[in-house]
Every structure is written in structure tokens, then in C-alpha cells.
Write a protein that binds this ligand. Structure first.
Ligand code: GLA
Length: 432
């Protein structure tokens, strides 16, 4: 009985928390947001906008090495990616050599990381970048390496001593007590254990929760110290897939999961629909058949409309011209990184057309049209469909064509290729 009451109390707490978050974010005006940011606790300042960087998993998997990381850090700087905001270099799973049976200390694979993690972190920092690593809330990681369960404090301190700035924390090898509805509680406890341990180190470390959205981490992620939480299973290099029921999924399925989650995202805590597959071209560690450049551009567009963390998964040491153009587009990145931190929401869904809207700073609004169909599509959207103020005259800027476009009085028309997403920034020209 006592157990039952405890479970009910926790359930109620989670529910109340979600209503509080909901109530706070729904009515956010720009002024409120600015005032709030002054009162935010220090650790929240870590991810005031969605984190941007690169992660080793999609391209390298178990072949990640210090050489790959050093070369990637160099490429991040040389390509200009650092300049446009990509800062974190995150080593994903299978960097571990094991856990010392006497000291309990984790150590990296001595063949692939002969200089050790401190040395590697120093190198990444010397390039003006930040260093990230991966572990798991269970006894083992998803790649069967030692997990951090029971070693949270020791591992967090080790990561801090190495100079880690970002931890991705996975959820494999955690027992599932879903039948007793205990699964949520266990996830909250385990993520809190690492969240507390990271805080206790005193080092600012971005905490990336990766339990794939199955236990609604948007309800409790921030409360356990998280700065981002995965909303879906792993996005592979493919446009569409069955729904978000297990890995892998496609770009479109991951977008659809985000539809009703906007109210849980904001400064310091972001919904994470997984990494960018832009530029993978069906190579590397995860496959899926590959996407074309229009589809890659659509992923980038929608991730920015959704205020998603932008973690590149392709090999940036060898980027094609088209991949470069997609990843280095400052205009689309500015939408992701806008200081208001408001996740876009869907305002149109008809005949395979999605219309998305994202309020931006300085009274601007980003509008995206996404063609889900495999045929060309002509679109005309009136201001009322886009929930725009008809009393305002807008200047409309196309963020992929990098130019101001003309439009009819009170509506905008465009043509979309199959799976294409076009994004426009509406700025008030003058008020009548
Ligand atoms: C899980 C995560 C992936 C990746 C792998 C590593 O599947 O969802 O993003 O980190 O584990 O094993």
C-alpha cells in the first residue's frame, strides 16, 4: 500500500510539473523570455540555445579513435563549421577499453586512444572547441561496454577531470518494470543520479539524456539536470519509415514525434529528435539507403524550425559542396539559435503539406513549408492559415535562396519539389 501511495505521489508530481512547464511556456512573450533568462539558475545557462556539434556514432561507430577526433576537430575549424556555431565534438559509444577491476576506473581503448582522454580533450580545447563523451545508465552501454550504473559519482568525476563538457547518457541494459509502471521512476532515478553527480563535480557539463522518448523525458528531463533529451529512436539515413516504435526511424517519423512537444522545450532544455544525417550518403556506421540533397536540406530546415540540437553525424573531414552548403547556412542556423528559444509548431497539415511556424526575436516569424509527397506541389498559403496578423505588412526572406521574395497581398505562393522544405523569415515592414 505504501509503495502504491509512493508511486501515485510521484506520478502526480510529474503531472504537476508538466502542467507548470506547460503554463509557463505557452504564454511566453519576448519580454517574459528576456526577464526569465536573468533569473535562470547558473547551470541552465549552459544550453540557452540548442547545443551544436558533431558526434562520432553515425560515421564511425566502434572505429572511433583519437586520430579521427583530432582530424575532426581540425576540420571543424578549417571548414568554418566552428565559426557558424558547431562547438561540441562528442565521442559516442565504444571508446571504452574497460573498467579496472581494482580501482573501478573506466579507461579508454588503449589501441584507438593511446594518448588517453585528458590529452585528447586538451587538443579539442586547444582548437577552441568543446569535448563530449558517452556513457549509459545501465550496467552496460548499447555497444556492450561498461555502463555507469553504480559508478555515477566516480565516472562523473573522471569525466570532469578529463575536461569533458558534454555527456550523452544512454539507457541500454536498464531493467524494464513497465508492467508496474515503475519504469518511469527507475529512469528518473537513474538520470537524476548522474545529473547530481555531474553537478557535484562543479564543472559545467551539458547533460544529454538518451532514453529515446519512451518514458516521456520532456516531463522530467530538466528536473534531473538534463539540457536535452531524445524524443525518438535512432534516425537513420532515410526519409521515411514506420512510426517511432523502435530503431531505426526516418527523418519524417522523427519530425512527427515533435509535433506536440514544443511546450516542453526552451532555454536550457531541448527536445532532441536525434542527429543530423546530412551528408551521410549511405556510408559509415548507420545506413538506411541514403537520402538526396533535397531531403538532407529538409532535415536541416526542420531541425532548425524545431529548435533541435544540431549534432552532425557525417564525416566532416570530407564534405561535398552540397553538404557544406547545407551545414554552413547561417540563415537557417540563426532560426535554430534564435534567442527566444521557441520550438516551431505545425499550423497546416493537408494533402501532404505541412506548414510550420516559429516565432523569432524582433517580431519576426519563420514559416516552413514541407512537401511530404513524392510529387511536385504548388502551395498558396493565406496569412490567416499561417496565423499571421493581416494588419501587418511583411517583408519575406527565403533562407535557402538568400534573398527577399515578392508575395501577393495577404498570401504567399511557392512550388516545392518532392520532400522539399522551404523556409521564409517574415519581418514586419510597416504597421498600418
Ligand atoms: C543507442 C543510441 C545511439 C548510439 C548507440 C551507441 O542506440 O540511441 O544514438 O549512441 O546507442 O551504442
Amino acid at each position: 500500500m505504501i509503495q502504491f501511495i509512493k508511486k501515485m505521489t510521484l506520478g502526480l508530481l510529474v503531472l504537476m510539473l508538466s502542467f507548470m512547464i506547460d503554463g509557463c511556456t505557452k504564454k511566453t512573450s519576448e519580454r517574459d523570455t528576456i526577464q526569465e533568462s536573468k533569473e535562470l539558475p547558473a547551470e541552465v545557462n549552459l544550453a540557452l540555445t540548442p547545443p551544436m556539434g558533431w558526434n562520432s556514432w553515425n560515421s564511425f561507430g566502434e572505429n572511433v579513435s583519437e586520430q579521427v577526433i583530432r582530424e575532426t576537430a581540425d576540420a571543424m575549424v578549417a571548414s568554418g563549421l566552428k565559426e557558424v556555431g558547431f562547438l561540441y565534438i562528442v565521442i559516442d559509444d565504444i571508446w571504452q577499453g574497460g573498467r579496472d577491476s581494482i580501482t573501478g576506473m573506466l579507461y579508454p581503448d588503449p589501441v584507438r586512444f593511446p594518448s588517453g582522454m585528458k590529452d585528447l580533450a586538451d587538443y579539442v580545447h586547444s582548437r577552441g572547441l568543446k569535448f563530449g563523451i558517452y556513457s549509459d545508465a545501465g550496467t552496460q552501454t548499447c555497444g556492450d561496454m561498461p555502463g555507469s550504473f553504480g559508478y555515477e559519482k566516480q565516472d562523473a568525476q573522471l569525466f570532469a577531470d578529463w575536461g569533458v563538457d558534454y555527456l550523452k547518457y544512454d539507457y541500454c541494459y536498464c531493467p524494464d518494470y513497465a508492467s508496474e509502471n515503475n519504469d518511469y521512476r527507475m529512469a528518473i532515478e537513474r538520470y537524476r543520479a548522474m545529473g547530481d553527480a555531474l553537478k557535484a563535480t562543479g564543472r559545467p557539463i551539458v547533460y544529454s539524456i538518451c532514453e529515446w522518448g519512451a518514458r516521456s523525458p520532456w516531463l522530467w528531463g530538466k528536473e534531473v539536470g538534463g539540457h536535452l533529451w531524445r524524443t525518438s529512436y535512432d534516425v537513420y539515413d532515410m526519409w521515411d519509415s514506420p512510426r517511432n516504435e523502435s530503431s531505426p526511424i526516418g527523418i519524417l517519423a522523427s519530425i512527427d514525434v515533435m509535433v506536440n512537444l514544443g511546450r516542453f522545450a526552451g532555454k536550457g532544455g531541448w527536445n532532441d529528435p536525434d542527429m543530423l544525417v546530412v551528408g551521410l550518403k549511405n556510408t559509415g556506421n548507420i545506413r538506411g539507403g541514403g537520402c538526396n540533397d533535397i531531403e538532407y536540406r529538409s532535415q536541416m530546415s526542420m531541425w532548425c524550425m524545431l529548435s533541435a540540437p544540431l549534432m552532425i553525424g557525417s564525416d566532416i573531414r570530407n564534405m561535398s559542396e552540397s553538404t557544406r552548403n547545407i551545414l554552413l547556412n547561417k540563415d537557417i542556423i540563426a532560426i535554430d539559435q534564435d534567442t527566444m528559444g521557441i520550438q516551431g509548431f505545425r499550423v497546416i497539415r493537408k494533402d501532404g503539406l505541412d506548414g510550420w511556424k516559429k516565432p523569432l526575436s524582433n517580431d519576426r516569424i519563420a514559416i516552413a513549408f514541407l512537401n511530404r509527397n513524392s510529387d511536385d506541389m504548388s502551395v498558396t498559403a493565406a496569412w490567416n492559415e499561417l496565423e499571421l496578423d493581416s494588419a501587418i505588412q511583411y517583408s519575406v526572406y527565403d533562407v535557402w535562396e538568400h534573398k527577399t521574395v515578392s508575395h501577393a497581398e495577404g498570401s504567399i505562393s511557392t512550388k516545392l519539389r518532392p520532400h522539399e522544405c522551404q523556409v521564409f523569415v517574415f519581418s514586419p515592414a510597416k504597421t498600418e
